[in-house]
Design a protein around this ligand. Structure first.
Ligand code: PGA
Length: 255
């Protein structure tokens, strides 16, 4: 039984005042027994304070804290970087690795992403590994090849066992922030492919791995996406910054 996850990726948005307001609004409407696990991923500088806001709102047992990235190295002279151990230290349990914005805007390749995945796990964080194809790759019929390559980098470095307890987010790049989500059928097809790729190495772990869909998820399309058999919730960008939308998406998840 895979409990779904609804995770909010705040990206580079927010301020201390806006974060406080958002958490207050989420707290006001938070369901008593959500069907899905809930995570918020604020920018690094706000992690600790958002953790405190969640505790103050008595939501810390209901909403977990995730970071948006981590360094592949454990510690040392890496100016500007943040290690997995530091994220644990400030209360994170999850970390997104390999988001397409990191891959395309900051040149992160599959091998670096795999090393980040390993670094996160070695410090007890649950990595949320993002994979997904560009529009041109989909149009060229290369979706499975691209997603397969992104997954294989992690499988080769860490092995299939590393996916026990890990989370994958399928995020077609053409659907991120565009308002154009994948159809439920398109998402299901790739999710099944991802599960099969892991299953070829370890069927039990593949059956347990949660695979989230990300890319223009909103209150209006979440239920139909989450209803697909291999879609175990969502990684939500823009809509996670509006309490009402985020709560509606959380409510769309079913165990
Ligand atoms: P979006 O972003 O929901 O704004 O499309 C999703 C993501 O990048 O994780």
């Amino acid at each position: 039984m895979r409990r779904p996850i609804v995770a909010g990726n705040w990206k580079m948005h927010g301020s201390r005042a806006e974060n406080a307001r958002l958490i207050e609004e989420i707290a006001a409407g938070f369901p008593e027994r959500p069907a899905a696990a809930c995570i918020v991923c604020p920018p690094f500088v706000y992690l600790q304070e958002v953790g405190r806001l969640l505790r103050d709102a008595e939501l810390d047992s209901q909403i977990e804290l995730g970071a948006q990235d981590c360094c592949a190295e454990a510690q040392g002279a890496y100016t500007g970087e943040v290690s997995a151990a530091m994220l644990r230290d400030v209360g994170c349990t999850y970390v997104i690795v390999g988001h397409s914005e990191r891959r395309t805007l900051y040149g992160e390749d599959d091998q670096l992403v795999a090393r980040k995945f390993a670094a996160a796990q070695s410090k007890g964080l649950v990595p949320i590994l993002c994979v997904g194809e560009q529009l041109s790759e989909r149009e060229a019929g290369l979706t499975n090849q691209v997603v397969g390559r992104q997954l294989d980098a992690v499988l080769e470095l860490c092995g299939a066992d590393a996916f026990a307890g890990a989370v994958i987010a399928y995020e077609p790049v053409w659907a991120i922030g565009t308002g154009r989500n994948a159809t439920p059928e398109q998402a299901q097809e790739v999710h099944a492919f991802i599960r099969g790729r892991i299953g070829a190495r370890n069927a039990r772990i593949a059956a347990e791995t949660r695979i989230l869909y990300g890319g223009s998820v909103k209150a209006g399309n979440a239920a139909e996406l989450f209803a697909m058999p291999d879609v175990d919730g969502g990684l939500i960008g823009g809509a996670s910054l509006k309490a009402e939308e985020f709560l509606a998406i959380l409510g769309a998840a079913r165990s």
